[in-house]
Design a protein around this ligand. Structure first.
Ligand code: WT7
Length: 642
């Protein structure tokens, strides 16, 4: 890697081998972004070409109108020539959490066969085009097969992260009104077997789910209801190994994935068939520079958008090998992830800053025995990566030879929209880079004026947006309008991220400007946490804030208004944690719970979370004159000090 000023650039060798190595692509795309994306779309397989590239009816837009496509045909059939070459190539490598367990691999042909069998089985159960199917699976190959089987028959998958609680599953199933849920008996997490079926049984109560399909993974004992439950293996075993692809309109629903917004209720981001396929294919090809012999490890669980797009759809569309790992990267030993990189000859590694900071904390010494010879490119996603973590990743994992692509995107955008391109650069620590060719963004101040360089403002996306961006919030057009299209009007997409540009227009993401916090890269809304805590019988008011954390980036801290007359403070704190476990799951547990008499409020009754945050971090408190109860501040300060 060459260093010029504070940025790095790809070597000549890397540049020469990369799909993109000439920055004129940016100018070319800028001239006519719609035509640019249309030209890219032509390289995919369509049953029928589109009539119009882009249609804008603010705040809605569409791409590739009247085009007909099926992502599984693009992956498995494209043109028959490609598939003959691909057939025997490894599509998936799955590594189990127990190190002694054998890995499982699927060639493209084997994967296609099982996808078709399961697609046929789903059809037999009555699942039709447009029906929603819930998927609540751990990281096992069947999560990929299930998603692809839905895609094959035009059913809309809605994957729920397996560590979400039964209650969180329920809320999502109720919203989609899915009638079928695909789950597993259990899975391994840090050496323990988690009984997932039990959570699923709990989660489907008060929903429309009539059938639960259960993959046998951990062989743990599960409760069984003959009428409702069916084993996955029994369903597929006699099914034919071919299933015709459903012909999908480009704008037909593809999947729904829930994410956290400012308020308590999660939002179902609706993605569509055409644009998502085009964007997944091309962003992977150009940003990760996928070449046929690459082995790509995206560490995200398929239950998040990163897993959807870059552990599954993008690598498979590009005909390369994707690695899935069931467990935690530091179990049973801190270098488990490094063992996996070596064992499976991973060439591209894509993870989150939280993981990088954790590896860093374990120390570089444990990595000295690894050569990482096959690694050629690294990626980061999910939260801002600070300069120290960037440099550590660059030196200790990339051995100063791998470019790092710091990729900015959201559940809503479906694929990466801002990053440096590996064959072009520059790679500047803490900066994500430029918008992907064909994507227009800006950084605006509160009034909507573009910010000069180095000045922080709000990151926005401008028309024509991108083909893979979501098309709405499922069953909630008001929320869609309010969250994304009201800050700057119906033609400017508001990302809720603060950002700035340097003198070369490289973008640095500062972080969320709304009530969302990123806990270990996971998106959690403080409003959702507050709603969970307020579910406690004796608690009626609380405030949750995000505070900086060395490893996780940010973590929640809860202030709960509770008058401890009975001297049961410790129990109540535990119950607060249990409430969050019950309503959401273990991903967002607060670092601290403080019981306070009174929360600082304005005269109109608004809780001043900003003051709580400053109290916690020890910053200057600023003006307290607008508070109706300034005396609460001193009391809380004393509680925190204790
Ligand atoms: C939020 C979206 C789809 C990516 C996985 C998370 C933050 C994402 C970066 C980055 C700084 C980032 C933003 C964004 N974010 N990537 N490279 N640098 N911040 O998807 O859960 O929908 O969260 O993650 O704040 O808005 P998500």
């Amino acid at each position: 890697m060459q260093k010029i000023g504070d940025s790095y650039f790809p070597t000549k060798e890397f540049k020469d081998g990369a799909w993109l190595n000439d920055d004129s692509i940016y100018e070319k795309a800028k001239k006519d972004p719609i035509k640019f994306w249309e030209d890219l779309a032509k390289e995919l397989f369509w049953f029928k070409s589109w009539k119009k590239g882009f249609l804008h009816k603010p705040p809605y837009f569409q791409w590739f109108l009247d085009g007909k496509i099926n992502i599984t045909s693009d992956i498995f059939e494209k043109n028959n020539l490609d598939f003959k070459i691909l057939k025997n190539k490894t599509a998936l490598i799955w590594e189990a959490e127990p190190p002694e367990e054998k890995s499982r691999t699927f060639t493209y042909q084997e994967l296609f066969k099982e996808v078709c069998q399961f697609a046929n089985a789903l059809k037999k159960l009555g699942v039709k085009k447009g029906d929603r199917v819930g998927i609540y699976l751990p990281v096992i190959p069947e999560v990929v097969i299930s998603m692809l089987a839905c895609a094959r028959i035009g059913a809309v998958h809605s994957v729920v992260f397996s560590a979400f609680s039964p209650q969180a599953l329920k809320v999502r199933l109720q919203d989609t009104a899915a009638k079928v849920l695909i789950t597993a008996d259990g899975y391994y997490r840090r050496g323990q077997v988690i009984n997932l079926k039990q959570n699923a049984d709990e989660g489907i109560k008060e929903t429309e789910v009539k059938k639960t399909i259960v993959v046998r993974r951990a062989k743990n004992e599960v409760f069984w209801d003959e009428k409702k439950d069916a084993w996955y293996e029994d369903l597929i075993k006699d099914e034919k190994d071919f299933c015709e692809a459903e012909v999908m309109d480009a704008e037909d629903a593809f999947f729904i994935l829930y994410t956290s917004g400012s308020t308590g209720k999660p939002k179902g981001c609706l993605h569509v068939c055409g644009g998502y396929t085009v964007q997944s294919y091309w962003t992977g090809k150009w940003i990760f520079d996928f070449h046929s012999d690459d082995i790509f490890w995206c560490t995200s669980d398929p239950g998040w958008i990163t897993g959807h797009t870059y552990a599954i759809y993008s690598p498979l569309l590009n005909g390369i090998t994707s690695l899935l790992f069931e467990g935690a990267p530091d179990f049973p030993t801190p270098d488990r992830w490094a063992q996996i990189v070596e064992k499976h000859k991973v060439s591209i590694f894509y993870t989150a800053p939280t993981a990088i900071r954790m590896f860093e904390k374990y120390g570089a010494e444990i990595l000295s025995k690894y050569k990482f010879e096959n690694l050629r490119l690294l990626g980061s996603v999910g939260e801002p990566i600070d300069e120290a973590a960037w440099l550590w990743y660059f030196r200790e994992v990339g051995r100063e030879k791998c470019p790092i692509v710091d990729t900015w995107w959201q559940t809503e955008t479906g694929g990466i929209l801002i990053t440096s391109l590996p064959g072009i650069g520059p790679f500047k620590p803490a900066f994500t880079g430029l918008p992907f060719p064909g994507v227009k963004v800006d950084i605006l101040d509160e009034k909507g004026k573009p910010c000069p360089k180095d000045v922080q403002g709000n990151l926005v996306i401008l028309p024509p947006f991108s083909p893979g961006m979501f098309r709405g919030i499922y069953k909630n057009p008001e929320k869609y309008l309010e969250t994304y299209w009201s800050q700057y009007g119906k033609e400017i997409y508001f990302t809720s991220d603060g950002a700035l540009k340097d003198g070369n227009d490289l973008i640095r993401i500062i972080g969320r400007v709304d009530d969302v916090i990123k806990v270990a890269g996971h998106r959690v809304s403080t409003g959702e946490l507050e709603a969970a805590i307020n579910g406690h019988n004796e608690i009626s008011e609380c405030a949750v804030i995000g505070v900086p954390d060395e490893i996780k980036g940010e973590v929640p801290v809860a202030f709960v208004s509770y008058n401890d007359k009975k001297g049961v403070a410790e129990e109540v704190k535990k119950e607060v944690i249990d409430q969050i476990k019950k309503e959401i799951g273990p991903i967002a547990l607060p670092k601290e719970v403080y019981l306070v008499e009174d929360l600082p409020k304005t005269r109109s009754g608004k809780i001043m979370r900003r003051i709580l945050k400053r109290l916690f971090t020890g910053e200057e408190l600023g003006d307290l004159s607008t508070l109706s109860n300034p005396e609460s501040v001193e009391k809380i300060k004393n509680i925190i000090r204790k």
